[in-house]
Design a protein around this ligand. Sequence first.
Ligand code: PLP
Length: 388
Amino acid sequence: MEIKYYFDYNATTPTDPRVVDEMMPYFFETFHNPSSFYRKAGEARHAVEQAREKAAKLINAEPREIFFTAGGTESDNLAIQGTASKLKEKGNHIITSTIEHPAVLEACKFLEKKGFEITYLPVDKNGFVNPGDLKKNIKDTTILVTIMHANNEIGTIQPLKQLIEIAHEKGVFFHTDAVQAVGKIPVDVKDLDLDMLSFSSHKIYGPKGMGVFYKKHKVKIDPLIFGGGHEKGLRSGTENVTGIVGLGKAAELALAEMEEEEKRIRPIRDRLQKAIIETIPESFVNGDTEDKLYNTLNVSIKYIEGESILAMLDGEGMALSSGSACSSKSLDPSHVLLALGLKHEDAHGSLRISLGKYNTEEDADRLLEVLPPIVERLRSISPFWDKK
Ligand code: PLP
């Protein structure tokens, strides 16, 4: 069935047609290898460097601090495994949080098997890391703190500046997975004094399979991928010129349009949040109701399964997520919601609504029209609702 109402922008975004237009010439007229010597190759190289400038501008970095990768997952792995490899003689301790994306958590678990010690900081009921906890857990062997900027499931925005200051007081590098923050809210690596950051193209209306790894110039880490020495030796492999050009354009558009987007989207999200809680009994918001990404809303609807709601909404041409979209193939309840202290059954009844560029007030009207009767129908056949 065709999707008429898309509410899953944190999972991925449609590529902006202006991004596609910008990419097209690099499939045909200027398909050349940027490392080759003829003039056309020089044009491809120039396009790559222009995109690097645009990506740098979005996060207020220097172009030389931007490295192109194949996505947020690769950038996260590069930060974590690259630091571990480079600094293993200095220490073997890494600090992260329990609500990270699997790209961070699984990289940490892999290192754990190789003898690294990982501390997973807990979060409070709204999803915030306590800066005092970070302070307490840094020790002489700590080589990296990696804590996400904004959470993909509940939208919580961490007090990054404070957390980074704490790490730096002890001389420890700080990496943030900013995949959900960059392009939605202003992110300034200089102001934050960040050492490393990851972001992804397909969350900001760019092509899939493209990402950025930012590294402060003086920070040195090891590569994950070895080869011809591209990206100053940090990420070998012939550059994905079309993807890089698309990412650059998406970054430029995000910077120009971010503020307006927030003004338009926040009221739609706030209206949905209020109306869902008011019209559906025994439902509640996960994470903070105010202090979070303006496009994200996560609610638990008690006594039914999120997947059943999703299936029925799909029948209405609506796309949403339950738990984490990236790993929703798994039937385990969301690790993020469990970390907030939710009971398994309430975590199972969660819905994530994430809004974006093409959502309108009418989309929200339609969702508010179809969701309550679906919940009522599912509850009428739920043994848990009967027994409550
Ligand atoms: N980190 C976060 C917070 C995400 O939401 C995602 C994707 O959902 C990723 C990392 C992975 O990014 P990519 O899909 O570009 O590999």
